[in-house]
Design a protein around this ligand. Structure first.
Ligand code: ADP
Length: 152
């Protein structure tokens, strides 16, 4: 049976933190779907089309990575794609508390799904999409925080 994982998130926009987690997880899985949540109620900075293009550009040279968008529950997407694993990154204890609850609820919904956590590398602990958005809003340079293949 193929080991298929989903790496869900908003990716508004994708950062070097996201990129690093997916690339480090590659040896663990046969296929990773980077799944961008459409989140109709959340006000996103970048449109779903822009976020999709950025993420696709970042992973274009990796045949084991597919990039998709989705609506609804991640556990439902897992079922649809035959994925048994949800990949998440952990930066801080706050991430852990949030992820613990989501992961445990997902397990209660579907006991066959395992959430796999990867610790961020220390130099990416402070990197997140909202910092990137703040810098962009004030006309700053975000090149240190986003993958080389995208230009913002
Ligand atoms: P969400 O909207 O679900 O928080 P994000 O797009 O912010 O989605 O993040 C998706 C995943 O990437 C989450 O598991 C998050 O913890 C992880 N992540 C985000 N930034 C980093 C980082 N700097 N290092 C490691 N993991 C990260």
């Amino acid at each position: 049976m193929k080991k298929i994982a989903i790496f869900p998130g908003s990716f508004d926009p994708i950062t070097i933190g996201h990129e690093s987690i997916v690339i480090r997880a590659l040896p663990l899985f046969d296929l990773i779907y980077v799944a961008i949540g459409k989140n109709a109620d959340k006000k996103n900075y970048f449109s779903i089309e822009q976020r999709l293009k950025f993420v696709k550009d970042v992973f274009s040279k990796y045949p084991k990575i597919k990039v998709i968008t989705y609506d609804g529950l991640t556990v439902n997407l897992c079922k649809e794609l035959n994925a048994r694993y949800i990949l998440r990154g952990l930066r801080t204890s706050a991430d852990f508390e949030f992820e613990r609850s989501v992961g445990q609820v997902n397990k209660m919904i579907n006991k066959n799904i395992e959430t796999i956590f990867m610790l961020t590398v220390p130099e990416h602990t402070a990197v997140n999409s909202s910092v990137v958005r703040d810098i962009l809003q004030h006309g700053g340079d975000v090149s240190k925080f986003i993958p080389k293949s995208i230009n913002l």
